[in-house]
Design a protein around this ligand. Structure first.
Ligand code: ADP
Length: 358
C-alpha cells in the first residue's frame, strides 16, 4: 500500500489548514416546509465532520444543495473558497468533481468491472486508458481489493461494493469525500470495517470527509466534530466527545439514548421513591473521568457506596462514561456525596431507591 501514498499525500498537503466547504445561512423551502432553515457550517481541511439528524431533518436537501442538484432559496455555499450557488450547469461541473460521493446503495454500474467503475470519473475527465487503469489499481490497493479489479459488482459483498465506491469517489482526487448514509445498508461488522477504512484514509492521507448519518454510533466511531440538525436547523455542534459527554439539545439526547449507558432494566424496574440504597447516575468526562474519583469519595466521606453498573468509554481518546453508584441511605450522607461529586465536574442524578439487594 505504501508506495501509493505519494499522490494522495501531495493532494492532502494542499488541503491542510482552512475550510474545504463553507455554508452560510442556507435556506430551502418546499411549499410551507423549510427543509433547510438557515444552516451555516464549515468543513475544515483534514477533518471528519459528521452531520446527524432524524428522518426528515433536512440532510438530503442539504446534500443536494451541496452537490448542485438543488438550488437554495437563500444563502451561499463555497467549495474551496469558490461560491457554487448561482453557477450555471457548465460552471458547476468542475466544482462538482471536487466532491467525491459514496452512497447507501453503492450506485455501482453492474455491467462494468470493478476497475472500470473506479476509473469512471477519470474517463469523464478524459484521462488516457493507461492512466485510468494505473489509478484504478492504486486505489483498489488502497481499499484492499487489488485482487477484484476484473470482477463484476454482483460477485462482491456489500462491504466490498462500498470499498469500490470509496475507490471510485477518490479517483479524481476530490477535495472532499461526502458520505451519504454509506454504512446504513451494512451489517455492524462490515460497518466497522468501512468506518475504519475511512478513518485510516483520513489520518494517513489527510482526506476531508463530510459524513451524513442518522446513527450516533457512526459519529462516535469516526467523526471529529458533529453537527446535529433538526427541522432544517443546526441545534448542536461540537467535538464528538464533548457532545456525547454533555448533550444539550433534546434531539441529541434522544439520538444518543440507544447508545448511552442505561441502568439494566431489571434494576430500573425496582426503583422506588425511598429505600435503603439510593441509585445515582454519575456522568463523567475528560478530567473528571481521569481522576481517582471513587477513591477520593471513599476517603472523604465514610459512607457505604458501591458500583452497580457502568464504565468508561473512550471517544477521540477522551474518557467519557457513566457510573451507576448505589449509596447506603442509612448513613445519612447521600446529599453530601452528591455535593462532593458535583464539585468535581461530574453530573449527578438520583435515579431512585431500592430496598433489597440488586
Ligand atoms: P432527511 O434527508 O433528513 O430525511 P429531507 O431533506 O429529505 O430530510 O427532508 C426535509 C423536509 O423537506 C421533509 O419535511 C421533507 O418532507 C421535505 N422535502 C424534501 N424534499 C422535498 C421535495 N422535493 N418536495 C417537498 N418536500 C420535500
Amino acid at each position: 500500500m505504501n508506495q501509493h501514498v505519494s499522490w494522495a499525500e501531495a493532494g492532502a498537503a494542499e488541503t491542510r489548514g482552512g475550510d474545504v466547504v463553507r455554508i452560510v445561512d442556507l435556506k430551502r423551502q418546499f411549499g410551507g416546509t423549510a427543509a433547510v432553515d438557515g444552516i451555516s457550517l464549515s468543513v475544515r481541511k483534514g477533518e471528519i465532520l459528521g452531520i446527524i439528524g432524524r428522518s426528515g431533518a433536512g440532510k438530503s436537501t442539504l446534500i443536494r444543495c451541496l452537490n448542485g442538484l438543488e438550488r437554495p432559496d437563500e444563502g451561499q455555499i463555497f467549495v474551496e473558497g469558490r461560491e457554487i450557488t448561482g453557477l450555471g450547469e457548465r460552471d458547476l461541473q468542475p466544482l462538482r468533481r471536487r466532491i467525491g460521493m459514496i452512497f447507501q446503495h453503492f450506485n455501482l454500474l453492474s455491467a462494468k468491472t470493478v476497475e472500470e467503475n473506479v476509473a469512471l470519473p477519470l474517463k469523464i475527465e478524459g484521462r488516457s486508458k493507461a492512466e485510468r487503469l494505473a489509478r484504478a489499481a492504486e486505489l483498489l490497493d488502497l481499499v484492499g481489493l487489488a485482487d477484484k479489479a476484473r470482477a463484476y459488482p454482483a460477485s462482491l459483498s456489500g462491504g466490498q461494493k462500498q470499498r469500490v465506491g470509496i475507490a471510485r469517489a477518490l479517483a479524481a482526487r476530490p477535495a472532499l469525500l461526502l458520505s451519504d448514509e454509506a454504512t446504513s445498508a451494512l451489517d455492524p461488522e462490515t460497518t466497522r470495517s468501512i468506518l475504519s477504512l475511512l478513518k485510516d484514509i483520513n489520518q494517513r492521507l489527510g482526506l476531508t470527509i463530510l459524513l451524513i448519518t442518522h446513527e450516533m454510533e457512526v459519529i462516535r466511531t469516526v467523526a471529529d466534530r458533529v453537527a446535529v440538525i433538526d427541522a432544517g436547523k443546526i441545534v448542536e455542534e461540537g467535538q464528538v466527545w464533548s457532545v456525547f459527554a454533555d448533550p444539550q439539545a433534546d434531539v441529541t439526547r434522544s439520538l444518543l439514548a440507544g447508545i448511552r449507558p442505561q441502568l439494566p432494566e431489571a434494576i430500573a424496574a425496582r426503583l422506588g421513591k425511598a429505600g435503603r440504597e439510593a441509585i445515582l447516575r454519575v456522568d463523567v468526562a475528560g478530567e473528571a473521568a481521569r481522576r481517582p474519583l471513587l477513591q477520593e469519595l471513599a476517603t472523604a466521606i465514610p459512607g457505604r457506596f458501591r458500583l452497580v453498573h457502568g464504565g468508561i468509554d473512550h471517544i477521540q481518546g477522551e474518557p467519557v462514561g457513566t457510573l451507576f453508584v448505589g449509596v447506603q441511605t442509612t448513613d445519612g450522607r447521600v446529599a453530601e456525596i452528591i455535593d462532593f461529586l458535583n464539585a468535581r465536574d461530574t453530573r449527578v442524578e438520583v435515579l431512585g431507591h431500592v430496598s433489597d439487594d440488586v
